[in-house]
Design a protein around this ligand. Structure first.
Ligand SMILES: *Cc1c(COP(=O)(O)O)cnc(C)c1O
Length: 400
């Protein structure tokens, strides 16, 4: 194992350079592409070496793939370097990451404050915490007064999606982090919609950043994966013991897919975000739509905040509300030819989702209404197709 840039020596490199090279570990064969170490175990030279490794595992030493693996460690090192955290732990899915980040550090009697506008499964994890004795307070994530009222001395953690799924509400990360830190709470950001390309989460005060790598990091809708980024103490001292004993480990093959995804992510995500802006502008004011929600449009309620937090981009996701409710929304979906009806996002292929009947179906009607998940709401993940073709597909579908 050689050729890993010494820690700290490549801090100045551009993220695009890090995304291609950082964390590469080469075997004695000097392979150019990152190797897939498709092995669950590792051979020790002698019994004493095995004993020593279980006492303390060095940075280039491995025990069992549920604990760590060289291909997965390359992915962890690379995403940590991009995100600006000391370390990272890769997981089997985005939800294994959300679960691992929260359950590894919370216990009965702890208090967590969370934004209400969350992906359905994230909400489930928070409800599960409550079932195990964690007090969970939900707030309107865009209302700083509610954060201030809910956070109290001793609050363990705050949790939010920096841009919410599917309503595209933008959280003021610096303001929420200041309130949390003043109370001694750690800040956990599910940063999927912001993407690692536009993320400034750590700079804005997030202590822990969680990604579903299934989305923009893979970028091709091929494999499930997740990652938790944070301090070395938290990742190796808190997260790793929890995940290695509970089994949320990533497959080395999926880590390899994600390493390849990272290499092209910057180019892909920027192109997707450019198309998203063009599509949002083209759809704005369309008579078949009640509203177009895109953080990159000046009429978005947190437009200025989004621009400041995401380096001037509104991201790759758009939500639109079809005027005629569910029937009109379904009719438009069924007329699309290029854009696929599915529920992933961040894929090279554009995807449209009807959250009320799919990803957020489980929510009670009142909660859906509160979050703006109306019968006419569609979530659009903009892919890598030509933006003009996508606008034509959407307008033809809306016009019948
Ligand atoms: C998709 C998603 C997740 C879950 O990720 P999986 O890889 O599907 O488990 C978590 N949070 C957000 C915001 C998501 O969009």
């Amino acid at each position: 194992m050689t050729d890993r840039p010494a820690k700290g020596t490549d801090r100045a490199l551009h993220p695009r350079t890090k995304a291609v090279h950082h964390g590469t570990r080469r075997s004695q064969y000097g392979e150019m592409a990152e190797a897939i170490f498709l092995t669950q175990g590792f051979v020790y030279d002698n019994a004493a070496q095995a004993e020593a490794r279980f006492v303390e595992t060095g940075p280039d030493e491995f025990i069992y793939a549920r604990y760590g693996n060289p291909t997965s460690r390359m992915f962890e090192d690379r995403i940590a370097a991009l995100e600006g955290t000391e370390d990272a732990f890769a997981t089997a899915s985005g939800m294994a990451a959300v679960n691992g980040a929260m359950f590894s550090m919370c216990g009965p009697g702890d208090h967590v404050v969370a934004a209400r506008a969350l992906f359905g499964s994230c909400l489930y994890v928070l409800e599960l915490l409550a079932k195990f004795g964690v007090e969970v307070s939900f707030v309107d994530g865009t209302d700083l007064d509610q954060w201030q009222a809910a956070i109290r001395p001793g609050t363990k953690a705050v949790f939010f999606e920096s841009v919410s799924n599917p309503g595209l509400e933008v959280i003021d990360m610096r303001a929420v982090a200041d309130l949390a830190h003043a109370a001694g709470a750690v800040v956990v950001a599910d940063n999927v919609f912001a993407t690692p390309v536009f993320s400034r989460a750590v700079e804005l005060g997030a202590d822990i950043v969680v990604y579903s790598a299934t989305k923009h990091i893979d970028g091709g809708g091929r494999a499930l994966a997740g990652v938790i980024c944070g301090s070395r103490d938290y990742i190796r001292g808190t997260v790793e013991p929890y995940l290695k004993h509970t089994g949320g480990a990533i497959s080395p093959f999926h880590s390899w897919i994600m390493l390849n995804g990272l290499a092209t992510m910057d180019l892909r995500v920027r192109a997707q975000a450019d198309s998203a802006l063009a599509i949002a502008r083209a759809l704005q004011g369309h008579p078949a739509l009640r509203r177009v929600i895109y953080p990159g449009l000046p009429d978005h309620p947190q437009h200025d905040l989004a621009m400041a937090q995401m380096g001037g981009s509104g991201g790759t996701m758009i939500a639109v509300e079809v005027a005629g409710g569910k029937d009109a929304a379904f009719a438009a979906l069924d007329r699309l030819r290029i854009i696929k009806i599915s529920n992933n996002l961040g894929d090279a292929k554009s995807i449209v989702t009807h959250p009320a009947t799919t990803t957020h179906q489980r929510l009670p009607e009142a909660a859906k209404a509160h979050l703006g998940i109306t019968p006419g709401l569609l979530r659009l993940s903009v892919g890598l197709e030509d933006a003009g073709d996508l606008v034509a597909d959407l307008t033809r579908a809306l016009e019948g």
